[in-house]
Design a protein around this ligand. Sequence first.
Ligand code: PMP
Length: 402
Amino acid sequence: MQWSNVLASRSSRMKASEIRELLKLLDQPDIISFAGGIPDPALFPVDAFKEAFSEALTTQAKAALQYSVSEGYKPLRDWIAGEMAKIGIPCDAGNILITSGSQQALDYLGKLMLSPKDTALVGWPTYLGALGAFNAYEPNYDRLDPKANRTGADFAATAAAAGGRVKFAYLSVDFANPTGETMDRGAREAVIDLADEMDIAIIEDAAYQTLRFDGQAIPPILALEIARKGSIEDCRTLYCGSFSKSLAPGLRVGWICAAKEIVGRLVLMKQAADLHSSTANQIVTHKVASTIFNAHVAKLRATYMARRDHLLAALAREMPKGVEWTKPEGGMFIWLTLPKGVDGAELLAKSLQSERVAFVPGRAFFADGSNGNTLRLSFSCANEAQIDEGMKRLGRLIRDNT
Ligand code: PMP
């Protein structure tokens, strides 16, 4: 079978990244890894989930194992709507669609809005999984840079020259993957101004929103937009939330919060794609979230904050001159900029061979494949001894390669 003869053009944009091969080595026990952007499994609230699964299968087995509505389990949507109200987003269950992780939300939003050659505005760098989700819909990308002062007319002209229209701006606002940085309020307001001017949507990726360690919380873009316009029904922002970083990613429970008009369209998309997210997992997520959410997230914050502090101290001690890094107020990541000419992917290959330290090279996070002299470190799963030893080795390797 010559599979290439039967593939749709969109499949040419779905490529395995070159670093995946290198990262397969991570299973080897002597590697100190800062590569995976995943929660520490030691922190999963296992007892709460055991109890919730047992209760769901004892008292609600028929419902838990049955098909259910595409919008999602109503008590969970009510609970999420209550949490959204606490962060300045008054809404009800009709504004919430449950998705299989926020990754599915990104896929649906790409599918809903992008025709081939349309333009998505994204950060430079941006979450690799968002680029992966959107790529299937064959878009072009343009750089959203709050400091560059480009007007809506500039973006529209560039998109038209590429054969399509700008459809949305995608932003990871708090403790972004991969940089760990947070957009300030002025930048959030400016994105709303730009989107209003261009009449485009805003995708607000809030995957790490609950993991703030310190500093001042900034209202989500959707909250700022509601404050301007009075009601979520008049807003263009699609807020993508997730329980992956706050409870457990294996359950695959996330959500989109937006105006009912667009949620209605997304429900049809969900119906066509997979009917609904796992009923049992939604019931269990609701039980666990409504009992331990705040206490559990407080524990996560304290643990990850101590690891961030330890990694920042190790970087200050071990990195040679010319290396710069971000100082995140939450989340899981620190982003390093290496001296010009040092390539993150080449460094990883050497590091895995001689130093046995893993990280993610930065180039893949740039829609144009630029900025190879960057890398992402995750502190979520590393203990203090691993951080100390890992940074000693990485600092030595960078010094030897500049
Ligand atoms: N957005 C960002 C910024 C992420 O880092 C991730 C996962 N690492 C996701 C979305 C998707 O997460 P999930 O599907 O587990 O909610």
